[in-house]
Design a protein around this ligand. Structure first.
Ligand SMILES: [Zn+2]
Ligand SMILES: [Zn+2]
Length: 372
């Protein structure tokens, strides 16, 4: 097995090969944000002013949804401090960019920058890591869900991408609010509430039909776009004790024009090595990684990564992905998962079935003890 290294270890090795200017903020990224903002406002106003059969609003809803998602990608960059450095301006611009997804900048920085980036794919400490099998087995609802056949679960889990970001963001608000200094909590609370106040005010103003096309459908589309990327970022990789981005992250490849529209969000391994460097430089970081550690680096076509996600179960068990429904186990990237030939390992199957039964029984017992 390859020895794991922290993201700092890789970054220190590559830093001398990057130009100095790569470590400066790139405020020109805001022009893209302005363009998305103008298109969004124009489309919202068109739906608001023009009264036609709502069917004709659908293309505009799709455009607004795509803009919401792209603004989210820009918000991610802004809040890493790679666009502007002044803290209040960074938070203000980040708040505007994340307004459609209704995630406040202080919450995002705590959840994403300070927790996900620091503890990536750690079984307990990464709030975005998919749970391990024994954690899943302790939750009654999930035990039931994982009894369903895999294709049914895959179908519903792909449908859920259209709301997963919003739901997870609300959950993170509940989890992290109490961890903020009491003096900061009102600000965190306001940042979470204000976007919703405006969206609900819009509902009162334009009525439910137009609101569905101006906000609800775009929000589902935006969730789907950002979650399609986010679900490929780490979920095919193993959980890792050491935060090694080459082991625990995946870069997906998309056509160049998609990278332009999405601010290079596809370069996720590069992003975990240099979260403080503008994504403008990630193609160069990628080239440097591939020169030094080609055998460690994982990249995959976006559609292939999504197909692999559909075909594999999610719960982690050691370095594998295991299906509690039938005990089938699959490798993870770097541990036997071949995206061109996804198949379960039969030799592991019996072993896992026995383990599953004991985990289920243990989970039930623990839950029962807690109830009493
Ligand atoms: Zn990540
Ligand atoms: Zn990030």
């Amino acid at each position: 097995m390859k020895e794991l290294h922290s993201f700092g270890w890789y970054a220190a090795k590559l830093k001398p090969d990057l130009p100095k200017k790569a470590f400066n903020p790139v405020p020109e990224r805001l022009w893209g944000g302005l363009a998305y903002l103008l298109v969004t406002v124009a489309a919202l106003m068109t739906i608001g002013i023009v009264d036609v059969n709502p069917f004709f609003y659908i293309p505009l809803s799709l455009i607004i949804g795509a803009c919401f998602a792209a603004l989210g990608f820009l918000g991610h960059e802004i809040l890493h401090g790679t666009v502007v450095r002044t803290p209040w301006l960074r938070d203000f611009l980040g708040a505007v960019a994340f307004w459609p997804l209704s995630t406040g900048p202080k919450l995002w920085r705590k959840w994403h920058n300070l927790t996900h980036h620091v503890h990536t794919q750690h079984e307990e400490h990464d709030p975005d890591a998919w749970p391990t099998l024994d954690r899943i087995m302790k939750i009654r609802l999930l035990r039931w869900v994982y009894r369903l056949p895999h294709p049914v679960r895959a179908f519903f889990s792909f449908c859920s991408l259209s709301f997963q970001f919003s739901v997870h963001s609300l959950n993170m608000f509940v989890v992290y609010l109490k961890e903020f200094n009491p003096k900061k909590r009102p600000a965190v609370f306001m940042e979470a509430i204000l976007p919703w106040v405006t969206w609900i005010a819009l509902l009162v103003w334009v009525g439910p039909v137009k609101w569905i096309f101006m906000f609800l459908i775009p929000l589902l589309i935006a969730n789907l776009i950002v979650m399609a990327y986010i679900s490929t970022n780490h979920r095919l990789n193993p959980t890792t004790e050491i935060n090694d981005p080459l082991a625990n992250s995946l870069t997906v490849t998309v056509p160049k024009w998609v990278d332009v529209l999405h601010f290079n969000f596809s370069y996720h391994t590069e992003h975990h090595l240099f979260p403080g460097v503008s994504s403008k430089y990630y193609p160069l970081v990628k080239q440097l990684i591939k020169e030094r550690w080609p055998e460690r680096y994982h990249e995959m076509r976006f559609d292939k990564a999504l197909t692999a996600l559909w075909l594999t179960p999610r719960p982690y068990y050691n370095k594998e992905l295991v299906d509690p429904n039938n005990g089938n186990s699959f490798g993870t990237l770097g541990h036997g998962l071949d995206p061109d030939n996804i198949k379960s390992s039969i030799s592991e199957k019996m072993y896992n079935t026995e383990t599953l039964v004991s985990l289920m029984t243990e989970g039930k017992k623990q839950e029962h003890a807690k109830d009493q």
